[in-house]
Design a protein around this ligand. Sequence first.
Ligand SMILES: Cc1cc2nc3c(=O)[nH]c(=O)nc-3n(C[C@H](O)[C@H](O)[C@H](O)COP(=O)(O)O)c2cc1C
Length: 435
Amino acid sequence: MRIVLGVGGGIAAYKVASLLRLFTEAGHDVTVIPTEAATRFVGVATWEALSGHPVSNSVFDAVHTVNHVRLGHEAELIVVAPATADLLARAATGQADDLLTNTLLMAGDCPVLMAPAMHTEMWQHPATQANVETLRSRGVTVLEPASGRLTGADSGPGRLPEPEAIFTAAMALAAATVPSAGAPAAEPDVDAVLAAGPSAAPSVVPPLAGLTVTVSAGGTREPLDPVRFLGNRSSGKQGVALAAAALEAGARVRLLAAHMEVPVPAGVEVVQVETALELRKAALHAAADSNVVIMAAAVADFRPADVSGTKIKKRDDVADPVINLVRNPDILRELVEVRDAASRDQLIVGFAAETGDAGGDVLEYARAKLRRKACDLLVVNQVGRDLVFGEDTNSVVILSRDGSEPQEASGSKSDVAAAVIDRISAELSRAVPPA
Ligand SMILES: Cc1cc2nc3c(=O)[nH]c(=O)nc-3n(C[C@H](O)[C@H](O)[C@H](O)COP(=O)(O)O)c2cc1C
């Protein structure tokens, strides 16, 4: 496959030499286009030696080959790493002041993946976020940066994802992109594997390549007043493990993150929510373009009927407050109804945190829940004060709407997530026979 690797002028440019090696060792033909600033971090000689191609950042070099048009036309995949704040801004506003931005404008249907890296303040600045939103709305895949140590002593979101993670995301994006009519076909390596079907694919195309998976994680918080809320014990660990497993399986992953105690894996798109109503809105919006929706967040069944605009005070002259609750909407059920009404091809997975009581055991309650919600799979676990919430291990039973044998999975939350993602991949490959 012909890949253009754009390199921005950030400190993480040196890591992109490893990414280039991953591409070339996988047999791809890579042309590197560093920005002028990037060449102050890593020299042109490094890119030329590793890629085996001449390297330039000017539209006025090798003019007889019409580089500024040709590279974008011929590319089958464009990867930009690190995508600096400046480069995101230039790409979002359609500037064409160097060879890389010219090439991005010439990309046409070619899939484009950008891996941002910068200080947290730059990343979180509304200008940068607006640029990312613009690029995503135009179909560019913009990865979330990783969290961790940055250039100085500070740390936070803004690190370049590891080269292996960018490589996996890029290969998944390329595999998912079907050339439009009249466009040149992709090199046979990816195409041949896809045409041969999932059984021939695992070592090259991950099982969820080309699919969008939305995962909800953490626990919702229902405000009582500006400082208090009704919450729950969910840490977000299981949802984050699911997001990581889906990413590893090659999916584009969107995480609807309620309150969480763990960081989000690099490469996952994040939508922050607080309340059940916010999660409902985000879930319905995200589901519209998702192949798989996994609702792993602990969603409050009830919320306070009234939210005080000021802190509720403890007063001797007034009776203690009574909190009235109202029911929150059933998001899982609604997702299934919307999917069915739209005849959308989508797998919906629910999570049930159940406790047994005199009226029935955990599985009986879970089976009843599966009937009520009508989702495709229900992952059931028994919860309690020292069970599941906040722990690093989990033990679940996966129930299926088709009534097939319940499947047990246990171990670390990553092990459980891998088992759930494997089961989802199996369900999808049963639903869609190989081409
Ligand atoms: C030491 C150093 C490190 C930098 N690291 C980053 C970075 O990680 N991300 C970023 O967006 N800008 C970073 N910058 C600022 C960019 O180099 C600057 O915005 C430049 O104009 C980017 O140009 P480009 O987008 O054309 O590559 C850094 C600058 C210096 C001097």
